[in-house]
Ligand binder design. Structure first.
Ligand code: PLP
Length: 231
């Protein structure tokens, strides 16, 4: 077994056991975060059965996509979105996890090619308060969700969050619980959501216990990241 393949099996087993003890009857999918990893690493993970990959930097992602056209990969964009990058993002990804303002959502909608299914999107929520600049504040979430739901070429699926890294497990749990509360509040308002994108290499079992349906895992799968390639 290759290293990536054996790590993948370990991660999937950990997800499965966390899921078995989760109070939420969710299905959990792994998004393999391949930022700063070469196309060959993606190929290796794909050969081991992983077909969903997440990228943060547009140009880097497009370069790798062009090297991997023979694979049936589902590409997820998970990084910060500049408004001048919305067109290629909307054209080259199946999912975007990091929508955090209406202008970006509108531009993604307008750029989505007519021959593709709607772009699957999550709204990124800021659950770490002053520590992060990305993500909509929880109090502004319902209004943004309302507007995004009106966009015909986007399909609003749920929420994404990147909790501030912390050694304090209570603080970590509090941040996951806050995302969960935001999610439940939208469900209570009648939004038909099914996706909670939380959990990374260091904390995914805790995220699964809070109902994660996507965990986004990079270093635990591919090993430590080499220096960042292109932005
Ligand atoms: C890099 C990144 C990840 C994966 O982080 P790891 O700690 O390597 O698992 C997940 N989500 C986002 C948004 C990232 O930028």
């Amino acid at each position: 077994m290759t290293t990536i393949s054996s790590r993948l099996q370990d991660i999937l087993a950990t997800i499965q056991s966390a899921q078995a003890s989760s109070p939420f009857a969710q299905t959990v999918q792994l998004v393999a975060v391949s930022k700063a990893q070469p196309a060959s690493a993606i190929r290796e993970a794909y050969a081991a059965g992983q077909a969903v990959f997440g990228e943060n930097y547009l140009q880097e992602a497009l370069d790798k996509q062009s090297q991997l056209t023979d694979l049936n990969i589902e590409w997820h964009f998970i990084g910060p979105i500049q408004s001048n990058k919305t067109q290629p993002i909307s054209q080259h990804f199946a999912w975007v996890h990091s929508v955090d303002r209406l202008k970006i959502a509108q531009r993604l909608n307008d750029a989505r090619p007519a021959d593709l299914p709607p772009l699957q999107v999550c709204i990124q929520v800021n659950v770490s308060n002053e520590e992060s600049k990305s993500g909509v504040a929880p109090e502004d979430l319902p209004a943004l969700a309302e507007e995004i739901q009106k966009l015909p070429k986007l399909k609003l699926r749920g929420l994404m969050a990147i909790p501030a890294p912390t050694e304090d497990t209570n603080r970590q749990l509090a941040q996951f619980k806050l995302v969960r509360e935001c999610y439940d509040a939208l469900l209570a308002k009648g939004f038909a959501l099914d996706t909670l994108s939380i959990g990374m290499s260091e904390d995914f079992p805790v995220a699964v216990a809070q109902g994660a349906t996507f965990v986004r895992i990079g270093s635990a799968l591919f090993g430590a990241r080499p220096n960042r390639m292109q932005t």
